[in-house]
Design a protein around this ligand. Sequence first.
Ligand code: ADP
Ligand code: MG
Length: 303
Amino acid sequence: GTPVQEALYRAATLLVAASPCAVVISVPAAILSALSAAARGGVLFKGGAALETLAEVRAYAFDKTGTLTTGRAEVTAIAAADEEHLLALLAGIEAQSEHPIADAVRRAAAARGISPVPVWGEETTPSEGITGTDAEGPIWAGNRRMAARMGAALEAPGLAALDEGAETVVYLGRADRLIGALSVADAARPTSAAGLDALRGAGVAEIALMTGDRRPVAMRIGLAMGLRPAEIHAELLPADKVALVAALAEKGRVAFVGDGVNDAAALARADVGIAMGAAGSEVALQAADVAFLSEDMTRLAAA
Ligand code: ADP
Ligand code: MG
């Protein structure tokens, strides 16, 4: 005849008094088995706290390049008076970079048997590009923001076609003189669309795409995955990603999924930072709470 509330309370009291160690150990035991189950699915949590927080997350923000897309990009077109010279210079300045664009450029040069021009003193500006020095002096490679900073007019043979396309355009120049440009295309991961659907099915209310890339590229990839235009944010600097994550965080717990140096701050700001483990950058892995090692994006919803 004891009311349920009272009876449960007494039962719990008895359990704690009679077997405190078993009660205490049950929590880490449950968390450890969850961590190892997640690890078998390719999701490595750095600790139990991230696991518990992830369960409360109702908003997910995704980086584009290397996260929703494979990051295995291909050079698709070149606009320059001397294509071989452009590739040699670009492969030189990108020789040490871990950005997916750099990898595409190096492979394109190698496929044509072009050896990279020696470049030293490289410095990367995340979401903008890279600068360095070759035998003739300083050179730079990057997007429109970088070109504008160098004061370069964007004119080269065939460039208009690249600018009108929906692919990533990389400009290369020496101070205010543009040497040429090329476009790089990167495909969506085959499982990205299903992964986003699975998250929505699991009760995630908000999903956003946040990229440093151009708007046309962001729209092409985002719309194909069923995102609405308002959920797609392009041409962001690392600090812009942090601000957008902070805005989402006002409404509840938020997770950020990213791979790049330019994602590190957003990964740290999010309640749960999830770094793409296999091909992601070192700094992203360091800043994150979770390393995502699977190629299958639906594993995120499972986690
Ligand atoms: P995302 O946020 O989608 O991962 P990034 O922020 O890494 O994209 O890149 C944004 C843009 O900055 C790229 O599209 C490119 O134009 C430019 N960029 C960044 N790093 C480099 C680099 N190493 N070489 C050339 N361009 C770069
Ligand atoms: Mg990226």
